[in-house]
Design a protein around this ligand. Structure first.
Ligand code: TXA
Ligand code: MG
Length: 340
């Protein structure tokens, strides 16, 4: 199969293919999604197959607004409406109890709930509108690999396996949406996956929000099935480096002693500073959590193609967006933090 690259003015063609049951990758503000008609079970099955995704890991359903959502959920609570008014379109996925039979078990993974999101991307919304159907959209990467933040990343993973990719340049946020469960027994919303809509953001609107215990202690079983799988991992080991001179110098010295070729993901100053000692580098620009987050997956993917033995990447303080960044990086690094 030839994988076509569509520009945003070819949405009509892409939507038609999608409606015919083909897979079309699409841009969002977070990462690219692997789109299929959520009402077409065969197409959804194909999404799992192409990604190599475990079947117990349910998909996010992308909608073009609250009217489409209403068709599928039992109730939109006052709380849910408040969140929708405030954060949609945007990087907040909400988990609702879903109408019986609204989606196949392939979409729900056998759960009674479904995750919904309205992406903040005109091309994505136009695709949903033109197709006239909600679209499932897991991140458009091979299961276990870093999520795609450009059409090129999608092409790398799925060339020849999907009908097309809608190319809308690089994504703005760089990590997947915050997943918030609105169906907990005690009614307190629970963050299952941290993203750009932070706990602090949510606390401005809600009385109480908590993290899934799994996000605090790895020993707990995660409520979002996807969070238990290995993720975001390049083929060489990744180490997290506390972001100060002393730690970077020690890490580089250790790798040299071990005869390991180093790849670094770091801010431009750090890249310049360590230039002589590294085999490959990817700079995210100025030292800012937004930039480090935006470029993280692109950086890991770039370094993965280089002749190196390991990757070093900086730690950030785990507050606000730093929670989402560190969540992804810790998974990529399999929790390995370099300590002196
Ligand atoms: O930003 C994003 O959310 C991207 C873009 C493309 O929209 N999509 C994305 O989808 O990250 P995916 O499938 O890679 O991640 C969905 C996450 C998984 O961890 C999954 O286990 C969880 O949401 N999830 C989906 N439905 C759920 C449900 N009913 N209950 C609990 N967790 C659920
Ligand atoms: Mg994913």
């Amino acid at each position: 199969m030839e994988t076509k690259i569509f520009s945003p003015n070819e949405i009509e063609t892409a939507a038609k293919l999608l409606k015919q049951g083909e897979l079309i990758a699409f841009p969002t503000e977070t990462v690219y999604g692997l789109g299929a008609d959520a009402k077409n079970e065969l197409a959804v099955k194909e999404v799992y197959q192409v990604k190599g995704r475990p079947s117990d890991n349910p998909l996010i359903v992308h909608v073009d607004g609250v009217e489409m959502l209403k068709k599928y959920v039992n109730e939109i609570s006052e709380q849910a409406q408040l969140l929708i008014d405030h954060f949609w379109p945007g990087a907040l996925t909400l988990i609702f109890s879903v109408k019986e039979g609204a989606f196949s078990t392939t979409v729900t993974g056998g759960l009674k709930t479904v995750a919904f999101r309205m992406p903040n991307n005109k091309t994505a919304i136009a695709l949903i509108k033109k197709a006239g159907t909600p679209i499932v959209g897991p991140s458009a990467n091979t299961s276990g690999k870093p999520s795609p933040t450009s059409a090129k990343h999608v092409y790398h993973d799925f060339q020849g396996k999907i009908a097309g990719i809608l190319d809308n340049g690089s994504t703005q946020i760089g990590v997947e949406s915050t997943v918030l469960d609105l169906t907990s027994n005690d009614g307190i919303p629970v963050i299952l996956r941290p993203g750009a809509v932070t706990k602090q953001d949510l606390e401005k609107l809600l009385e109480e929000v908590r993290y899934d215990p799994h996000l605090v202690s790895e020993k707990e079983r995660p409520k979002a099935p996807g969070m238990k799988y290995k993720h975001y991992a390049p083929s060489v080991p990744v180490w997290i480096i506390p972001d100060d001179n002393q730690h970077w110098q020690a890490a580089v010295a250790w790798a040299k002693k071990e005869n390991k070729k180093i790849g670094i993901y770091a801010d431009q100053k750090r890249v310049n500073q360590l230039n002589q000692k590294t085999a490959a580098s990817f700079s995210y620009g100025d030292k800012a959590i937004e930039l480090a987050t935006k470029e993280l997956f692109a950086g890991l993917r770039f370094l993965d193609e280089e002749a190196i033995d390991l990757i070093f990447a900086p730690a950030f303080f785990e507050d606000n967006l730093g929670v989402a960044y560190m969540n992804r990086l810790k998974k990529a690094a399999n929790q390995k933090i370099f300590e002196i």
